[in-house]
Design a binder for this molecule. Structure first.
Ligand code: PEP
Ligand code: MG
Length: 537
């Protein structure tokens, strides 16, 4: 058994035979010619033929993957018509007195490299399109027909790279998954894989010896397994059956309201850990983001992320979500989430120690930098801020003071700020008990049941040995949740749950009865929860 990790392009699980796909290389040599006009005419004719092929591909893509995705072939047609590109080919032919194949290959290489060196990720990804159009015209000039026939049985395609035209030409009914060594999540091939709903991974250390072997592609975990053992295969058959079931749900529940039979409506949002999860948020039809754990920015970095780096990340998320609400939680580091550069001292009881808001309030420069980035990003969408690990009214007052100062500072600099709701997480018993007082100071509550359960039951959430004592449905936790919702409503604010308990469908009815306003769950849990809400009286 061989197991390789890769970048997740599209989720889903595929099990089947691997086909190693390698494109026919166009071998180009530099040949001196006398009649340069004839070479130019050959180039023009090949280009015309390429345009006809692209027009046919556009029609095929229009039917299979829709207008937006088919548009890439129109872009290729435009690229083939690009004056700079064509001038370069014609110049090489006439100045160097060489064959059209060589002139085209040299131009393609130069332009592709130029795009690959650009800063902007979008333009970088266009380098693959330049190679694609160059290869198309070269194939015509060299007399090589394009063959993307992948055979009769459904297969997982493993390839160095795939051009959009190759992807769309493959018979969709026989494609189980794509696994490539190259390719980025911005490439059109990646976009097409998503639109076609095919599990896909990039950046995988593929090997030609995989050809014909049985493979598993797990687009959720970002792994590819070759020649799995029997127990692994059995495990994946089960996962795939569950995944198929989930996908069926997805089809029927997408676009539907989160409404009970008697008309009670709630918001169903998604929890995310980094902007890479946005795809799953869209696919699962979340109404917004109820918890964006901002610590990824700090944990993935070697030093404190700058205001600008944070601003760009938050802006990307709020912009991508359009007008939908995005609740970003301020830094919740410490305990199990460590970053060396913070220089934390070793603690006897880290879970009860220096973490989350306690760090922000004692290191105001870290907190202010994050708040500045958040308020700046608020001008680009519907952003809300949420503070973790609160235990007292005093903490909230201090937070509000800092937040006010940061907003005034930005206003004085002429920076635009949107309307920002500010809420707190209720994840300590102290906050739950004090929720009547706390509710008067904030715009919303989001109940973090993971920590609330750990602190209420005095059970370390990381300690598997305590499983037999751990009761996620403990009445003490449920009573606290009920109290928090009641106190929120009495003060005229809304209350949601963003801990894992929010996705527990055996409790959905209970939460609805308590009057919960919002549930924020992992993207994959949105539709199962929506199903239960819609089935509730
Ligand atoms: C929680 O404690 O329930 C929560 C959502 O926060 P985290 O899991 O990130 O601690
Ligand atoms: Mg927590």
């Amino acid at each position: 058994m061989d197991k390789k990790a890769g970048k997740k392009i599209f989720n889903g699980i595929a099990i089947g035979k691997i086909k190693f796909y390698s494109k026919k290389e166009n071998q180009v040599s530099r040949v001196k010619v006398e009649d340069t006009d004839a070479e130019i005419a050959r180039y023009e004719a090949a280009k015309d033929e390429a345009v006809k092929q692209l027009e046919r591909l556009y029609e095929k893509a229009l039917v299979e993957v829709g207008e937006t995705n088919a548009e890439i072939f129109n872009v290729h047609i435009m690229m083939l018509d690009d004056d700079d590109f064509n001038e370069s080919v014609l110049n090489i032919i006439s100045v160097q007195k060489v064959n059209a194949e060589y002139a085209l290959a040299a131009t393609g290489d130069n332009f592709a490299e130029m795009f690959a060196n650009m800063e902007d990720e979008y333009f970088k990804a266009r380098s693959a399109d330049i190679r694609d159009i160059t290869e198309r015209v070269l194939s015509i000039l060299c007399g090589n027909s394009e063959s993307t026939d992948i055979g009769e049985e459904p297969v997982i395609i493993a390839a160095e790279d795939l051009a959009p035209s190759e992807t769309v030409q493959m018979d969709k009914n026989k494609l189980l998954a794509f696994v490539t060594r190259l390719g980025s999540s911005n490439s059109h091939t990646a976009i097409l894989a998503r639109t076609m709903g095919i599990p896909a991974l990039a950046g995988v250390g593929i090997d030609p010896s995989w050809d014909g072997k049985i493979g598993i592609v797990d687009g959720y975990e970002g792994i590819c397994i070759v020649e799995p053992t029997m127990p692994v295969l059995e495990e994946y058959f089960k996962k795939k059956a569950a995944d198929d079931e989930q996908k069926k749900l997805l089809q029927t529940l997408k676009g539907k309201e989160n409404i009970t039979k008697s008309g009670q409506k709630i918001h169903l949002y998604a929890n995310i850990g980094n902007p890479g999860d946005l795809m799953a948020v869209m696919e699962n039809d979340a109404g917004g983001i109820g918890l964006f754990r901002s610590e990824f920015l700090y944990l993935e970095s070697e030093t404190y992320p700058t205001e600008e780096e944070q601003f760009q990340a938050y802006k990307k998320v709020v912009e991508t979500m359009g007008g939908k609400k995005v609740i970003i939680r301020t830094l919740d580091i410490g305990a199990d989430k460590q970053a060396d550069y913070f220089g934390f001292e070793k603690e006897e009881n880290p879970v009860l120690g220096y973490r989350a808001i306690r760090i922000c309030l004692t290191r105001p420069e870290v907190f202010r930098t994050q708040l500045r980035a958040l308020f700046r990003a608020s001008a680009y969408g519907n952003l809300a801020i949420m503070y973790p690990m609160i235990i007292s009214v005093d903490e909230v007052r201090r937070i509000k003071e800092i937040s006010k100062e940061v907003r005034s500072e930005l206003a004085a600099e002429g920076v635009q700020i949107g309307e920002v709701e500010e809420g707190i997480m209720i994840e300590t018993p102290a906050a739950a008990v004090m929720s009547d007082e706390l509710a008067k100071l904030v715009d919303f509550f989001s109940i973090g049941t993971n920590d609330l359960t750990q602190y209420t039951l005095a059970i370390d959430r990381q300690n598997a040995k305590l499983d037999e004592f751990y009761d996620a449905h403990h009445p003490a936790v449920l009573r606290l949740i009920e109290t928090v919702i009641k106190n929120a409503h009495e003060a005229g604010i809304w209350a949601g749950i963003c801990g894992e308990l929010g996705a527990d469908t055996t409790l959905t009815k209970t939460f609805l009865k308590m009057g919960i306003d919002e549930l924020s769950v992992s993207p994959g849990c949105i539709l199962p929860v929506r199903k239960v809400i819609r089935e509730t009286e």
